[in-house]
Design a protein around this ligand. Structure first.
Ligand code: SAH
Ligand code: SF4
Length: 410
């Protein structure tokens, strides 16, 4: 596929004014019980009203996407003022918003320090497609794992994101995309879930979501709550490098769709590419996949497979892949490797990717090749960065040159 760098990509650095850092506790990311407890503990709401107030707030926060108590029209002025005195519901600062020539958007969000730490910055990507749109959400700043082809893997883990920060990525993206109902919608109105700009979410940004299980679980249960954001669990996909015990917990406690970063079909190679394989080898990983609850032809596990030239892209590898996945309702997602400065790999040749895909298709698997999107704004997998690790200008130029030369080209 032809690729050109679009130097006209719209970048708005620091143009979106920061909301003040919330020093007050946020109501975003709390379970209903936690929210009720917080409201009662501060004396803002009497215990007998707690359930009703939580219901009202839940609607404003998650159906209407309100980020200012003043807009909650069916709550008295006095109560709104008391809520605002004790709690925050504001959005994080948007440091940068970039819009690619193909419509992909990337935001750099800044979250305030937690405890003694420093503010952190993370990236979130929105990919519009015909009739749908997918938001790629981060779960950690950096990653403790060190997959050898992944840029995030070269960064140390700075910290886990909180449930609030994970949800804030979805709420802010919907704000910016105009995906919440407007102010004139009557209070309490049911808003259709069809026709949304963000119809799907994938936990495929920075970090290993299953190493931040509790916060990810809380955020995804709120995102899929039928009285709030109401994203169907079938439209939420959690991608993991293979943290086996938490795969079982994901099935039991969260129930979203699963994607596995497989990338190799034997332990020797997977140990090198995805080193967590040494702890949870393929046999255990595949067992956890087989036992993932609710699998059917309509609910398949996605296996992600990054195409690395002369490393894992032969027809023998394709055969081994089909063999390995036998009996599992599976989709295979072939990802052209996205190069980064200093990476030791090259993307497979396009012809080879097609041969590989043809073999897999013939074996009965849908195997879409993930078309790189938003490359002009470096929005692709493995290229998301935190501010502390942003590309230097020289690195960026090197990367652009690599992409123009056709490495990693699709
Ligand atoms: N930590 C999780 C989710 C984030 S990574 C995981 O590993 O699954 C999201 C996907 O991008 C994973 O499948 C990962 O293997 C892939 N990826 C990482 N770096 C990449 C690169 N440079 N090129 C292509 N895919 C990459
Ligand atoms: Fe972490 Fe996923 Fe990158 Fe591996 S591929 S280093 S688990 S973000």
């Amino acid at each position: 596929m032809a690729f050109s760098l679009d130097l006209t990509a719209d970048s708005t650095r620091n143009a979106l004014r920061p909301s003040t850092a919330p020093e007050k506790p946020s109501l975003i990311g709390l379970t209903r019980a936690e929210m009720a407890e917080a409201l009662v503990a501060t004396g803002v709401v009497p215990e007998r009203q707690a359930k009703m107030r939580v219901q009202q707030l839940w609607h404003w926060l998650y159906v209407r996407g309100v980020s200012d108590f003043a807009h909650m029209f069916n709550i008295s002025k006095d109560l709104r003022a008391a809520l605002a005195e004790h709690f925050a519901i504001s959005r994080p600062e948007i440091v940068e918003e970039q819009i690619s020539n193909d419509g992909t958007r990337k935001w750099l969000f800044r979250f305030p320090p937690r405890g003694a730490g420093r503010p952190v910055e993370i990236e979130t990507v929105y990919i519009p497609e015909e009739g749908r749109g997918t938001l790629c959400i981060s779960s950690q700043v950096g990653c403790t794992l060190t997959c050898s082809f992944c840029h995030t893997g070269t960064q140390k883990l700075v910290r886990n994101l909180t449930a609030e920060e994970i949800l804030a990525q979805l709420l802010s993206a919907r704000d910016r995309l105009g995906d919440f109902p407007d102010r004139d919608t009557p209070a309490g109105a049911i808003v259709p879930s069809e026709g949304r700009k963000v119809s799907n979410i994938v936990m495929m940004g920075m970090g290993e979501p299953l190493y931040n299980f509790d916060a990810v679980k809380k955020a995804l249960l709120i995102a899929s709550d039928g009285d709030g954001l109401a994203l169907s669990k079938r439209r939420i996909t959690l991608s993991t490098s293979g943290v086996v015990p938490e795969i079982y917990r994901t099935g039991e406690e969260i129930g979203v769709m699963l994607a596995i970063s497989l990338h190799a079909t034997n332990d020797d190679l997977r140990d090198l590419l995805v080193p967590i394989n040494k702890k949870f080898p393929l046999k255990e990983l595949m067992k956890a996949c087989r036992e993932y609850p609710g699998l059917s032809n309509a609910r398949r596990i996605t296996f992600e497979y990054v195409m690395l030239k002369d490393v894992n892209d032969s027809l023998e590898d394709a055969k081994a892949l089909v063999q390995l996945l036998k009996g599992i309702p599976a989709k295979i997602n072939l990802i052209p490797f996205n190069p980064w400065p200093g990476s030791n790999y090259q993307c497979s040749d396009w012809e080879q990717i097609e041969k590989f895909a043809d073999y897999i298709n013939a074996a009965g698997y849908a195997s879409p090749i993930r078309t790189p999107r938003g490359r002009d704004i470096l929005a692709a997998c493995g290229q998301l960065k935190s501010e502390s690790e942003r590309l230097k200008k020289s690195e960026r130029l090197a990367l652009e040159a690599m992409m123009i030369a056709g490495h990693g080209e699709a």
